[in-house]
Ligand binder design. Structure first.
Ligand SMILES: *Cc1c(COP(=O)(O)O)cnc(C)c1O
Length: 371
């Protein structure tokens, strides 16, 4: 039987301002580069409270140019949160650097900073934290280890635009912050990304790298091997419209998180992530772990929900379990036991801002009926 409802895991909501800005690009013919790129950069930097923002074509490109701006290269090692979208690891690997997975905390799903010190070797150059599912990583201990060993810090904020750590927005604490505006992220331009930093030299390098490293005196004598990672004006126009509504978007996201928490937090065998007192998370997707006390396993729960028209996704497969890294002998599959456990027990629920209270109750009722 076909389910009567369909609740997608996420869906972009495009407003009138985005449409008006995009139409302005079309009407004026400024479709590639144009004023919306600069405006979006300026307003995102102002929103986050940092000096520089460089727009790029997607979040993976933001991570790649960040790695290059820091001079990462073959033989270097980068300590990365084990549980993440593989873009975090791939982008480092593009430079020849090896992503070294660091296990996560069971209750927050975030990088366990206590494990960093033990992973530092002579080759370690950087730490890449991932603010996963919109929760900030505990940055103070990360920065302490970084300072002690002279490491640079990249923050992958693709899922966490607007999240705060001790009141400071993520993406402004380490050397570089990387943001994504893919369709399912907090704000979207379809595809899009941004590098944020307070360091003018890093910003300049990221900007040049994303734009072919054109020569300053002689344009076509390139200063280095560059990439075309530019964000089109049309996309920036869409992102700017979204950014101007971000407070409302985040409030809607919080409504969804609060609803799920209120109805699911006490359920035996379901574990919702803990928020530390210093954390002001944003909701990317509502994640939870299905533990042994729950009558169904994670996969069975997902299948039962799918039969009711409710889309879910399983937790990320960690870096140390990816065959491309295992085959190259770069990781060991039992390296990060907590990330491995979350891979088996974790999932995320529909979290798009168009979900109504009725939709949320439909999802929660379905889960409770199986509990
Ligand atoms: C989405 C995502 C990325 C990649 O961003 P794209 O814009 O899709 O390239 C990187 N890291 C994390 C944690 C993500 O969720």
């Amino acid at each position: 039987m076909k389910p009567v409802r369909h609740i997608p895991v996420g869906a972009a909501v495009i407003g009138a301002e985005e449409r008006a800005f995009i139409n302005e690009c079309l009407d004026t013919n400024w479709v590639a580069q144009g004023k919306f790129v600069r405006l979006f950069e300026e307003e995102l930097a102002a929103y986050l409270g940092c000096r520089h923002a460089v727009a790029v074509s997607n979040g993976t490109a933001a991570l790649h140019v960040s790695a290059l701006a820091l001079g990462l290269k073959e033989g270097d090692e980068v300590l990365v949160s084990a549980s993440t979208n593989m873009a975090s690891a791939f982008a480092m690997f593009y430079t020849g650097a090896v992503p070294v997975p660091v296990d996560v905390e069971r209750d927050t799903w975030q990088m366990d900073a206590r494990l960093l010190e033990g992973k530092v070797t002579r080759r370690t150059r950087a730490i890449e934290v991932v603010h996963l599912f919109g929760q900030p990583v505990d940055m103070d201990p990360v920065m302490t280890v970084a300072r002690r060993h002279g490491l640079r810090v990249i923050e992958d904020c693709a899922e966490a635009l607007g999240a705060r750590y001790h009141g400071t927005t993520v993406g402004t604490i380490g050397d570089l912050g990387c943001h994504s505006f893919y369709a399912n992220k907090i704000i979207t331009s379809g595809e899009g990304g941004m590098v944020t930093t307070n360091d003018a030299a890093l910003a300049e390098r990221a900007r040049q790298c994303a734009n072919f490293y054109y020569g300053k005196k002689q344009k076509f004598m390139h200063e280095d091997v560059g990439f075309n990672y530019r964000l089109p004006n049309v996309s920036a126009a869409m992102a700017l419209g979204q950014l101007r509504r971000i407070d409302r978007i985040l409030a809607d996201k919080e409504r969804i998180a609060t609803h799920y928490r209120r109805r699911l937090a006490g359920v035996r065998g379901l574990r919702v992530p803990v928020t530390r007192p210093w954390a002001k998370p944003v909701l990317w997707m509502f994640n939870l772990a299905v533990e042994r006390e729950f009558p169904l396993g994670r996969d069975e729960l997902m299948a039962q929900l799918a039969e009711r028209g409710i889309e879910t996704r399983e937790a990320f497969i960690p870096i140390n379990r990816q065959k491309v890294f295992l085959e190259r002998g770069l990781v060991k599959d039992d390296d990060c036991p907590v990330a491995n456990e979350l891979m088996e027990t974790g999932l995320y629920l529909p979290s798009g801002i168009s979900l109504t209270t009725e939709d949320l109750d439909y999802v929660c009722d379905a889960i409770l009926s199986l509990a």
